[in-house]
Design a protein around this ligand. Structure first.
Ligand SMILES: CC(C)(COP(=O)(O)OP(=O)(O)OC[C@H]1O[C@@H](n2cnc3c(N)ncnc32)[C@H](O)[C@@H]1OP(=O)(O)O)[C@@H](O)C(=O)NCCC(=O)NCCS
Length: 209
């Protein structure tokens, strides 16, 4: 049951360091650890054994599956989905004998609204994933990913485009496509490098699990 005083739920085995902030409606499951400067928005879900470091910010409705460590430098906007055992990094050239801890050493990894990352993928630090980008399971992401791009493999390469609903987009000769699920319209740029939304969704998005 959610604690009415705080309006979020944390399993008794979770460790919430003094100073962390958790939004109303969030659920924090077994063996999680939130460091002092961690900030979770409303309605987030942290599966078993999730670590959220000092300075990490999660927006609203961010879903994190089991065994994910969000290290300092990671930013997740609203509606981000992180599959089980996704791996983040925050130092590009770590050496045990060279101290590279703290501000000034950690690179930012920024996940814009609606990004999904598949199970067991690794995200090398210092990159940005655009809105609704999708990373396939087991991928190694080493470069920025455009909004709505589907990438997978090692190194992750772009294989297509996905709608905000997670459906494949097939563009016609005019560079336009509709989401098969919602009817939302998308435009591919003439250089085939970016996708933008032409119209709002026709039917409402359903909550993901
Ligand atoms: C990336 C993904 C969305 C692709 O789905 P899809 O477009 O339906 O892909 P298909 O199954 O048609 O596969 C197309 C090709 O890509 C390959 N492929 C698919 N996913 C891949 C991945 N993650 N890594 C490497 N190759 C992949 C397939 O083997 C296939 O190759 P082939 O044509 O040589 O046989 C899906 O495979 C995936 O990884 N989803 C994430 C699931 C997940 O982690 N969920 C977490 C919550 S449970």
């Amino acid at each position: 049951m959610a604690d009415p005083a705080t309006a979020f739920y944390a399993h008794p085995t979770a460790v919430l360091d003094a100073g962390c902030r958790v939004g109303a409606g969030s659920r924090i499951w077994h063996f999680c650890h939130l460091a002092a400067g961690a900030v979770l928005g409303e309605d987030c879900s942290l599966g078993q054994n999730v670590f959220v470091a000092d300075g990490v910010t999660l927006g609203r409705n961010v879903k994190v599956q089991n065994n994910v460590s969000l290290y300092s430098g990671v930013v997740c906007e609203d509606d981000v989905f992180l599959g089980p055992s996704v791996v983040f990094t925050n130092v590009k050239n770590p050496r045990s004998a060279v101290p590279r801890r703290g501000e000034g050493h950690y690179l930012t990894t920024h996940l814009e609204q609606g990004v999904s990352i598949g199970a067991n993928a690794t995200v090398v630090c210092g990159i940005r994933l655009g809105r609704y980008a999708f990373v396939g399971a087991g991928s190694v992401v080493t470069r920025d990913v455009p909004a709505h791009a589907l990438v997978y493999g090692n190194p992750a390469r772009q294989r297509g485009w996905l709608s905000a609903h997670g459906e494949k987009l097939t563009f016609d000769a005019a560079g336009q496509a509709s989401c098969p699920a919602t009817g939302q319209r998308y435009q591919l740029s003439p250089d085939n490098k970016t996708v933008s939304i032409m119209s709002e969704q026709v039917s409402s998005l359903t909550a993901n699990s």
